[in-house]
Design a protein around this ligand. Structure first.
Ligand SMILES: *[C@@H]1O[C@H](CO)[C@@H](O)[C@H](O)[C@H]1NC(C)=O
Length: 148
């Protein structure tokens, strides 16, 4: 019982650790990781995508009943193709990481995986929210006053 309680608190402390980035902090972090212009994609596209996918919350998870997969983290990266959560049928893990790595406050691994997705044939079209809210839009507001 005691062990379970301690385990419970450990899990709780992991889950409540999630960080919500501000728009500009996120933009600056992306820039420091070489995302501005990566594969011809501007920072504003990534900021728009993350705002509509997760609200810049590193702890965001969303289950997709149809594919029995889950979207993880600030970029809402899917466990069917990109990461391993040990419970998604037919998963591929193309980024070669546990999905939990996508929930860290430090988004370095999430960025590396997002780049990998951007390099795939789908590109940003892999993200439903990008297609719905960002594709072919004027995105200048997303990086406004960020100094990037
Ligand atoms: C995009 O919107 C901003 C203001 O929101 C405006 O200043 C700018 O000219 C627009 N760019 C284009 C290409 O329409």
């Amino acid at each position: 019982m005691k062990v379970l309680l301690i385990l419970g608190f450990l899990l709780l402390s992991v889950t409540v650790q999630a960080k919500v980035y501000s728009r500009c902090e996120f933009a600056r972090t992306l820039k420091s990781h070489g995302m501005d212009g990566y594969r011809g994609i501007s920072l504003a596209n990534w900021v728009c995508l993350a705002q509509h996918e997760s609200g810049f919350n590193t702890g965001a998870t969303n289950y997709n009943p149809g594919s029995r997969s889950t979207d993880y983290g600030i970029f809402q990266i899917n466990s069917k193709y990109w990461c391993n959560d040990g419970k998604t049928p037919g998963a591929v893990n193309a980024c070669g990481i546990p999905c939990s790595a996508l929930l860290k406050n430090d988004i370095t691994q999430a960025i590396t995986c997002a780049k990998r997705i951007a390099t795939s044939s789908q590109g940003l079209r892999a993200w439903v929210a990008w297609k719905a809210y960002c594709q072919n839009r004027n995105l200048s507001q997303y990086v406004r006053n960020c100094g990037v």
